[in-house]
Ligand binder design. Structure first.
Ligand code: ZN
Length: 237
């Protein structure tokens, strides 16, 4: 049996599938993984992305944070690819119970997925640090310098920055989804990166499917390994 037939067979035998995805899920929608393109930023920014996207940098150099954020983190023209669309379909068919994502682009929701646990938050939600009011992402993209609320407070995206803890309730919901799953499909990320490793320890089900463009160090843990881009793989199902 080829890999796609094996994946099809695993999916058809389950109605408790959970998908765990990382940056590789969004690259086929034209959103680059900022960690893998470090070199490009050196010409435009004085600090690496991991520094700019940290809480201490946000607090101390807020205008420079937003220059990077508007330029590299907001992708208003990005649309869901075959992976997002297929996962939304599987949920609608009652086969998939949850999507857990490390991405902040909101593309799973845009594709129609309803149960999405966004471990690192979303660029589509923003709040005023002073009054707590909600703001649209356009308010950030269309402003210059530091985006401000009518009350004068700084608007902060609801995105988990480096040095900030993950949201406890989102982590708990993700862990519970994994605990109740019998198939776990991991796409566009490694199993052993934080926080995947900790969450995956809750898995009690039978099959782990790993779909990733490049070889991963933890492939021996998987029932099925497909070494192709996730969107391309899902489009063949
Ligand atoms: Zn305010």
């Amino acid at each position: 049996m080829d890999e796609i037939s094996k994946l099809r067979s695993i999916i058809s035998g389950s109605d408790d599938i959970v998908f765990f995805g990382g940056a590789g899920v969004s690259t086929e929608s034209g959103i680059p993984d900022f960690r893998s393109t470090d070199g490009l930023y050196n010409q435009q920014y004085a600090y690496p992305p991991e520094t700019i996207l940290s809480r201490s940098f946000f607090d101390s150099d807020t205008a420079e944070f937003f220059r990077f954020y508007r330029d590299k983190m907001l992708h208003p023209d990005a649309r869901p690819n075959a992976a997002h669309i297929k996962l939304a379909e599987l949920e609608m068919q009652g086969k998939l119970t949850a999507v857990i994502t490390q991405n902040i682009d909101g593309l799973h929701t845009m594709a129609g997925s309803r149960c999405v646990h966004e471990l690192h938050g979303s660029v589509h939600r923003n709040h005023c640090m002073k009054c707590g009011g909600s703001h649209s992402t356009e308010r950030i993209s269309e402003s210059e310098g530091i985006p401000r609320c009518v009350c004068g407070g700084t608007i902060k995206p609801d995105v988990v920055l480096y040095e900030e803890p993950l949201d406890r309730s989102v982590m708990d919901d993700a862990a519970e989804a994994i605990r109740n799953a019998d198939v776990l499909i991991v796409g566009g990320t490694s199993l052993n990166v934080f926080p995947a490793a900790g969450l995956l320890s809750h898995f009690r089900g039978g099959s782990i499917v790993l779909i990733n463009r490049s070889r991963l160090p933890d492939e021996d843990k998987a029932t099925l390994v497909i070494r192709s881009p996730i969107g391309e793989t899902m489009s063949r199902l």
